[in-house]
Design a protein around this ligand. Structure first.
Ligand code: GN1
Ligand code: MG
Length: 363
């Protein structure tokens, strides 16, 4: 089905002009579509939800709508504008916030926020601090949302303990005959298994509270105003689920403080930029500090390493399974990604004391 035909299933006003595929994200397919409505140019985002990853897309949409409504209510109470700070989903003809095509694919559509931009790997510390504030505010606005009412869109998404077990199972099974190439990586991850399990253990022992978490806190999931660079909205709410704050904070730092892309091949370039780490942490903590317990605060630094180890284990498992989960651009892409994340985890370990002190200093 053409994107134009998909658009016609949603209650979008005006005339379809064109569609452009966007290359962000390694899970869903995303298009920007251009409409003309009474001489005004209007843009929307159309996305096909990846059902290999999200088994129950309708429930994912239910999560997104209830979270968005909560954000809208809270922002209104704060007298903040909701026009550009929350995504507004378009209803399909059947009044659902998604359309299912003949092949059973799920599509959704939301209004593109005017004059907004995203940044993959920004260097500007103002932008990074803004990203920290955006994810911190997201967390604090949702701290009174009952997380148990959310559908677990990907079960055990951040169950790092289980992720490790599954990695070692894939290694033993070796369906793609690649185990021979990953000895060093497996050895390193085995040596970090206990550390990687530490936050799961705290959850099991009820030392960390379960809250609403975003679970994909990459910088490019924040929209910024293109003129002022102020953060506007947090996007990509597919993986909003019950979780712990340390994973959201950790994942953001993993992404924003690295000096390279997630799939850097030259491991000498995999470093942490402490100024970027500082800027994000300052913004994030300023928004969450009144909502976190001491235990939660303490877990933030661990979150950085644990999530990096977790992603390394996921990339490596996918490589061993024959690349069935993440989209790849070349044959060894998942192995390259895993190696890069392992190097990054080592970097975080080397800077751990400084990281801990900095977080404390913003408390
Ligand atoms: C995936 O597709 P994207 O970029 O939104 C993944 C995240 C990973 C990320 C790594 C549902 O997110 O968990 O951190 O790739 N999302 C899912 O780039 O698996
Ligand atoms: Mg995502």
């Amino acid at each position: 089905m053409e994107i134009k035909d998909i658009c016609s299933k949603f209650k979008i006003k005006g005339k379809f002009i064109k569609a452009k595929m966007l290359n962000s994200g390694i899970i869903n397919n995303t298009y920007k579509v251009y409409f003309q409505n009474n001489d005004k140019d209007e843009q929307y985002i159309i996305q096909r939800i990846n059902q290999n990853v999200f088994k129950k897309p309708a429930l994912v949409m239910q999560n997104i709508l209830s979270i968005s409504q909560h954000l809208i209510n809270k922002l209104k109470k704060l007298d903040a504008s909701i026009d550009r700070t929350v995504l507004h989903y378009m209803l399909a003809d059947n009044n659902y916030a998604y359309y299912t095509d003949e092949e059973g694919e799920y599509w959704r559509c939301y209004r593109f926020i005017n004059d907004s931009v995203t940044y993959n790997n920004p260097d500007d510390l103002f932008i990074i601090e803004e990203a920290g504030k955006a994810f911190g505010q997201f967390q604090s606005l949702l701290c009174d949302f009952d997380a148990t009412t959310l559908h677990e869109s990907i079960p055990d998404f951040h169950n790092t303990k289980l992720r490790f077990t599954r990695l070692f199972e894939s290694y033993d099974l070796d369906v793609a005959q690649r185990a021979g190439e990953v000895q060093a990586e497996i050895e390193y991850l085995r040596s970090r298994q206990e550390l990687a399990s530490s936050l799961c253990n705290k959850i099991e022992n009820k030392l960390l509270p379960i809250k609403v978490t975003h679970n994909d806190t990459k910088c490019n999931n924040v929209l910024f105003d293109q003129d002022t660079n102020q953060a506007l909205a947090v996007i990509d709410l597919d993986t909003v689920m019950p979780g712990i704050v340390a994973y959201d904070y950790g994942d953001a730092i993993r992404c924003v403080a690295a000096t390279c892309e997630e799939d850097e091949t030259d491991l000498n370039k995999v470093k942490i930029n402490m100024s970027k780490f500082n800027a994000f942490t300052k913004g994030f903590v300023s928004k969450v500090k009144n909502t976190l317990s001491n235990e939660e605060f303490d877990s933030l630094s661990d979150g950085i390493i644990v999530i990096t180890l977790e992603l390394a284990s996921r990339f490596l498992k996918d490589y061993l399974d024959g690349d069935i989960y993440f989209k790849i651009k070349y044959q060894d892409h998942n192995l390259v990604r895993a190696r890069c994340q392992i190097e990054l985890a080592k970097e975080f370990e080397r800077h751990f004391d400084e990281i801990k002190k900095t977080i404390e200093s913003y408390k």
